[in-house]
Structures are given as C-alpha cells and as structure tokens.
Design a protein around this ligand. Structure first.
Ligand SMILES: [Ca+2]
Ligand SMILES: [Ca+2]
Length: 505
C-alpha cells in the first residue's frame, strides 16, 4: 500500500507544471482597481492619496470588494505614474511609506488583500539609472554600469529616441512618454527587480503585484516574455510564497493561453472587455445564452488551470457604461456585471464602475474623480477633455435600493457567501438561446447558477438536480421571480436579466 501511494505521489508531482504555484483561496477575490489620484483626498490639496484610500475602506469592505489593486503609487513626474523614478518609495502627493504600511495593515485587518502595480518594462527618463546612463553617454564614457540597464543603440529606427548631445538612441516602446525600456536581459536589472519585489512583499507586506505591459518586455516575443515572467513569478514566490500576480498581456485569447505557461497566477481577460469583448457581445447577441456559453467554453479550454481574470473596463479602456450602451439602461450595466462575475476566477472592477461612471477617448477622461457626492471629490486629472457623470453619486446610489451600486454590492456578497462561484471548475449543465445553467464544485460545495439572459422575457425552468437549496435570486430588470425547490429539483421562473444561485453543501 505504502509503495502504491509513493508511486502515485510521484506521478502527480511529475504531471504538475514545475512553475505553477498552488493558488490560494484569496486569489479569487472580488478585486477593485483604484487610481489613487482620483479616488479620495484626505488632506484638502485636491489630489487623492493613500489616507484617502484608508478612509474609504469602510465603503470598499461594505461593497464586498475583497482585494485592491492600486495603480502605481511610486514617485513619478506624470499624473498616471507608470514612469517611475524610485521603485521603493511613495509619490509625495500620495503620502509616505508609513501611510502605505498603514493602508496595508488596515486592509489586512479587514481581510482585504492588496496588490501593487509594478511597471518594470520601462522607467522614467528621470530615474537615477537613466540619468546616470545618459550623463555617461554625454561624457563619452561607456563604462557606466547603468548604460547596460537600458537598450541603447547608435542606430536610428522605430521606437528609438535620441539622447541629446550624443549619437545614441534609447528604446521606448511607449512613444512620447519619456519611458525608456529597461534591458530585461541584464542580470543586474533582474537583481534590482528582485530587491524591489522584496521591498514591497516583505517590508511593506503587500500581497502581490499587477505587472504592467508584459507583452512589451520583449516586444512581440511571447516565448521570451513567458520565460521572463516565469523568472519573475519564481522570484516573488521565493520572497513570499502564495503571493498573487496578475499581468497585463493585452492580446488574443490564444496568446494569453500561452502566457499562462509562465506560472503567473492570472492574466487579464482582455477578450472579455470593452465594446467588442465577450460581455458586451453577449449583451448585444440575438442568442445571448448560447453566445455566453460559447465564450465560456473557449475561455475554459484556453485556460484550463490558471485563474482567469475577467473585467469589462480599466484605466486604459472606455468605461463599461459606454461599451455596453447602458447610459439610459442601467439594467444592462447591472446584468453585464453579473455576467462578468459569473465567469468565475478573479474578477476585476475598475473604481467607479460600480456607480456607472462614464468616460472615453483621452486617457484622463477614463480616470475621472470618483463621484462620492458633489462636494467630496478630488480634482480632475490633467488633460481631461470631457467630464460627465451619467449616473448618480455614491451617496445617492447607497440610498436607492435599485441602484447599480446596490446591485454590485449584492453580487459581490453572493460571491463571498458561495465561494464555488469564483473558484469551482465550470460544467455547462444546459444552455439555450436565452438561458445558461452552470454548475461549479469547490471543496464541499456545489452551486448551480441558472441565468436568464433575455432582456424581455421571463424564463420558466425545471431543474432536475437534487438536494439543492436556493441561495439567492438577483434581478437586473426588477421583475418578479420565484424559485421552488422540492426533493426532485427546482422549478424556477426568472424575470428578464435575472440569475438564481442554488447550492448544495
Ligand atoms: Ca491629497
Ligand atoms: Ca521592453
């Protein structure tokens, strides 16, 4: 017997891809993306700050967000802060390292996890590494170790920017941003990155990272990028086992599937996002039930092991309400939130999405001040060309039980109470032109989710699975629904844009 067990253990060990870390239960959080500058200002200078995020934790916790992704918080000359000048510090307008530690502690006391945006494809041109390198080149001294930190060349070309007073060019994949690409083949740069990881994961006690722009590490070279991501994941895992990393690979499902070979926990599911993504397409489809199920099957087939990370919009995309054409139909915005959350995995919500904020075009328009109420807002980001709030403020929506905010809150809390929705493997029990029935099993729990995807018609449905009990019915349309559960199954009548969650524990 003992021998058989040993053989089995070896077999299991061999069949596991070496770099895939065991995923922790909390990785499947209801993640909430925050642009600190536009979120909440605690000291009256008009710029959102870390103390403002601390002051918002009651709201965040109450809403059922169990994880926070902070867009970059390090010192930077830009308002967006994706061009860093000091990776182990806090932008002074956001606060201090003490504030950051206080925020992390305050999150952990509430069982909220927090991950930090980590842009390592490039630095700012004002980063001391780049300043040293450029200065050395200007002095015709090619001995400086910092020259090897970047990709300098004497050849003119695409994405090459001249270093003034020299015959040298630096590589810059994000044109015009003063964001020179780092030489990620240089072991010294990788050592710097390891130090930075240690600082954030150990000294600050962050729970992980969001990696920016990983397809630009080595532009259009998925294989090299995947190999580097594996190194970075292993690095983080050595420093803090069980930490969570989600990476931005803005690319096709096929490519994203390949990226999961790196062992990075999650990659944002870009094909589900924006106006042409799975969620918006499902909402617009003639047969939304079969459309939704088709996309689910594609996603689970492409990503059989990693944690998917679906979202509708983020700081780089148009806001969800626009993508979904939901300005005057909040039920569409609500139901889209349901569809993205019911995909499972680690779901990401961009701040303001829960109150239907709008914005598109220039980047600052997508990063407007959080609309708490008409008095209590930050300044708008510089360069903004359109300021509009299509839906009411947080304060107003909190008081309206039919608001998008209260819908998102209930949705998040259903996911907290029924963990298999996010964590279980999905089995499609049934689907049709306007319905889908999903089953998920996780640990001792089985959940069955019956979704009516019709915008107009009620769904009458008989379910044969035994020993289920109804957990909740959530309607985006406000229509009447009922569900009767008997010994032999369940009989449901679901209003348009409604889903029911039944559980067996
Ligand atoms: Ca402030
Ligand atoms: Ca690069």
């Amino acid at each position: 017997m003992k021998r058989i067990l040993t053989i089995l253990l070896i077999a299991v060990f061999i069949s596991m891809p070496a770099s895939i870390a065991a995923s922790e239960e909390w990785h499947y959080a209801n993640w909430y993306e925050i642009f600190v500058s536009s979120y909440r200002d605690s000291d009256g200078d008009g710029i959102g700050d870390l103390r403002g995020v601390i002051d918002s934790l009651d709201y965040i916790e109450d809403m059922g967000y169990t994880g926070i992704w902070l867009m970059p918080v390090m010192p930077s000359p830009s308002y967006h802060k994706y061009d860093v000048t000091d990776y182990k510090n806090i932008a002074p307008e956001y606060g201090t390292l003490e504030d950051m530690k206080a925020l992390v502690n305050a999150c952990h006391e509430r069982n909220i996890r927090i991950i930090i945006d980590m842009p390592v494809n490039h630095t700012s041109t004002r980063h001391p590494w780049f300043l040293s390198a450029a200065e050395a080149l200007q002095r015709r001294n090619t001995e400086s170790p910092y020259i090897e930190y970047y990709n300098f060349t004497e050849k003119e070309g695409m994405n090459k920017v001249k270093v003034s007073g020299t015959g040298w060019y630096y590589e810059e994949q994000f044109a015009g941003g003063n964001m020179p690409d780092l030489n990620l083949e240089n072991e010294k740069v990788l050592q710097e990155i390891e130090d930075i990881f240690r600082f954030w994961l150990t000294d600050i006690d962050a729970d992980g990272f969001r990696f920016d722009a990983v397809t630009s590490y080595f532009t259009n070279n998925t294989q090299k990028n995947t190999a580097l991501l594996k190194k970075l994941k292993d690095m983080a895992e050595r420093i803090k086992p069980g930490s969570y990393i989600v990476a931005e690979a803005w690319t096709s499902l096929t490519d994203i599937s390949a990226y999961y070979e790196s062992g990075i926990d999650s990659f944002f599911l870009f094909p589900a996002s924006q106006a042409e993504g799975y969620i918006a397409r499902t909402i617009r489809a003639r047969s939304p039930g079969s459309t939704y199920v088709k996309y689910l099957e594609q996603v689970y087939e492409a990503i059989p092991n990693g944690i998917i990370a679906p979202f509708i919009g983020n700081h780089d995309t148009g806001r969800a309400v626009g993508s979904l054409q939901a300005r005057s139909s909040p039920e569409r915005a609500k139901f889209a939130e349901a569809l993205v959350n019911l995909m499972g995995g680690a779901t990401f919500t961009y701040y303001g999405e829960e109150i239907g904020m709008v914005g598109s075009g220039e980047d600052p328009n997508k990063r407007l001040a959080m609309y708490w109420n008409d008095e209590d807002m930050t300044l708008q980001p510089p360069g903004v060309t359109s300021i509009e709030y299509a839906y009411p403020s947080v304060d107003e929506q909190i008081r309206d039980e039919n608001s998008l905010l209260n819908y998102c809150k209930r949705l998040n809390h259903i996911k907290i109470a029924v963990p298999s929705i996010a964590r279980g493997k999905t089995e499609i029990l049934d689907s049709g032109s306007s319905h889908a029935v999903l089953k998920r099993v996780w640990e001792e729990e089985t959940s069955v989710i019956v979704i009516n995807l019709s915008a107009k018609n009620a769904l009458e449905y008989e379910l044969n699975t035994k020993h289920l009990s109804l957990y909740d019915v959530l309607s985006a349309s406000g229509g009447e629904s009922y569900c009767e559960v008997s010994e032999n199954g369940a009989s449901l009548s679901l209003a348009p844009y409604t889903f029911a969650v039944l559980v067996k524990k």
